[in-house]
Design a protein around this ligand. Structure first.
Ligand code: UDP
Length: 323
C-alpha cells in the first residue's frame, strides 16, 4: 500500500516507517523536523520537509504522493509542557491536524491511522482500562488528542473515511536502527539510561506519594516495534475504531529504574521530587480489543526486553542522532 506518514522522523514514526517498508509498503514521510531528525528517516522512504500548519503544502504533498492511507504520528506529546502551553497543543495537534484531515479527504484517502493516547482517559474508574472507559483527560495533551479522535469519527460518519485511533500507553524501546532522541528529553526511560551512560549523575522520581504500592506512578510500557505492527494491521480495509495498545502490565517508576540497573549493569542514583502536574497515578491497558479485532499480538511484552533494546540503542548512539 502507498502510505503517507506524518512525523516519520520522530521516535515512534521512524520505527513505524521502518516496519511499513519491511512489510513491502511504499512510504512518503512528511515532517517539519522540529522534534524529528532527518537521519531517523529510513532511506527507502521519500522525504518531504513540510509543516502541517501550511494547508496548501500538506495538500500538495499528499496529492503528489498518491497515497491511499495516512498515518498521523506528528504531534506534540508532552503532558508537562501541555500544562504550561496548552495553546501549542491545540494549535499543532488539533488545528494543524485538521489541515491534514482535509487534505486526506480531498485526496480521496481511504484509511487514516491516528496516534492517540491513554492520556485521553484521565484517571480511570477501572484499571486495566478498556476502550469503554469514560474519556475525561486531565491535561491539554490528552484533550487535544481526544478532540482529534472526535473529528475522525465525524469524518467517518459523514465522509466515509475509515479511521483507526490507536491509544498508545507508554511507548518505549528501540529497533536495531531507530531509537528515542528528543532534543529536550522528559521521558522516564531515556532519562534513567542517561545516568547509566554517565551523562547525568542522577535521575529524578516525580512523586512518591501516589496511591500505588511503592508510591510512584505506574505505567504500561509497550515496545515501539509492537506499536508499529498494530499500525500495519490497522491498514487492512474495514478496520475502524479506537484501540488501546499496551501490554496489560503496570510498572512503577522505581521498577523501571530497577530494570535499567539490571540491563545496564550500572548504578543509577535517583532523587525524589514532587509530583509532575497532569500525571494520573496508574495507567494500564486492557488491549484485548486490539488483539481480537486487529489480530495484534505484542512480541516484546517483557519490561527488561524493552529496556534492553533502548539501552542497546543508546549505547550505540550516546549523543542520539547527529542532526
Ligand atoms: N517520570 C519520572 N522521572 C522522569 C520522567 C518521568 O519520575 O525523569 C515519571 C512521570 O512522572 C510518569 C512516568 O515517569 O509518572 C512516565 O513518564 P513519561 O514522561 O516517560 O511518560 P508519560 O506517562 O508522561 O507519557
Amino acid at each position: 500500500m502507498n502510505v503517507f506518514v506524518t512525523g516519520g522522523a520522530g521516535y515512534i514514526g521512524s520505527v513505524g516507517v521502518e516496519e511499513l517498508l519491511n512489510a513491502g509498503h511504499q512510504v512518503t514521510v512528511f515532517d517539519n523536523l522540529t522534534e524529528g531528525h532527518r537521519s531517523a528517516v529510513d532511506e527507502r522512504a521519500v522525504f518531504v520537509e513540510g509543516c502541517l500548519g501550511n494547508a496548501d503544502q500538506i495538500r500538495e504533498a499528499l496529492q503528489a504522493s498518491g497515497a491511499v492511507a495516512v498515518m498521523h504520528f506528528a504531534a506534540n506529546a508532552l503532558v508537562g509542557e501541555s500544562m504550561q502551553q496548552p495553546e501549542k497543543y491545540f494549535r499543532n495537534n488539533v488545528a494543524n491536524g485538521l489541515n491534514l484531515l482535509e487534505a486526506a479527504r480531498l485526496a480521496g484517502v481511504r484509511k487514516f491511522v491516528f496516534s492517540s493516547t491513554c492520556a485521553t482517559y484521565g484517571p480511570p474508574e477501572i484499571v486495566p482500562i478498556t476502550e469503554a472507559e469514560a474519556q475525561k483527560p486531565i491535561n491539554p495533551y490528552g484533550e487535544s488528542k481526544l478532540m482529534f479522535e472526535r473529528m475522525l469519527r465525524w469524518y467517518h460518519e459523514i465522509h466515509g473515511l475509515e479511521y483507526v485511533a490507536l491509544r498508545y500507553f507508554n511507548a518505549a524501546g528501540a529497533s536495531e536502527r531507530f531509537g528515542e532522541h528528543h532534543r529536550i528529553e522528559t521521558h522516564l526511560i531515556p532519562n534513567v539510561l542517561a545516568v547509566a551512560l554517565g551523562q547525568r549523575d542522577h535521575c529524578e522520581i516525580y512523586g512518591t506519594d501516589y496511591p500505588t504500592p511503592d508510591g510512584t506512578c505506574i505505567r504500561d510500557y509497550i515496545h515501539i516495534i509492537d506499536l508499529a505492527q498494530a499500525h500495519i494491521r490497522a491498514l487492512e480495509p474495514g478496520r475502524v475504531g479506537c484501540f488501546n495498545l499496551g501490554n496489560g502490565a503496570g510498572y512503577s517508576v522505581r521498577e523501571v529504574i530497577d530494570a535499567c540497573v539490571r540491563r545496564s549493569g550500572k548504578a543509577i542514583p535517583s532523587v525524589e521530587k514532587p509530583r509532575r502536574p497532569g500525571d494520573p497515578p496508574r495507567l494500564v491497558a486492557d488491549a484485548r480489543k486490539a488483539r481480537t479485532e486487529l489480530g495484534w499480538e505484542p512480541r516484546f511484552p517483557d519490561l527488561d526486553a524493552i529496556v534492553g533494546s533502548a539501552w542497546a540503542w543508546h549505547q550505540r548512539h550516546p549523543e542520539g542522532y547527529p542532526d
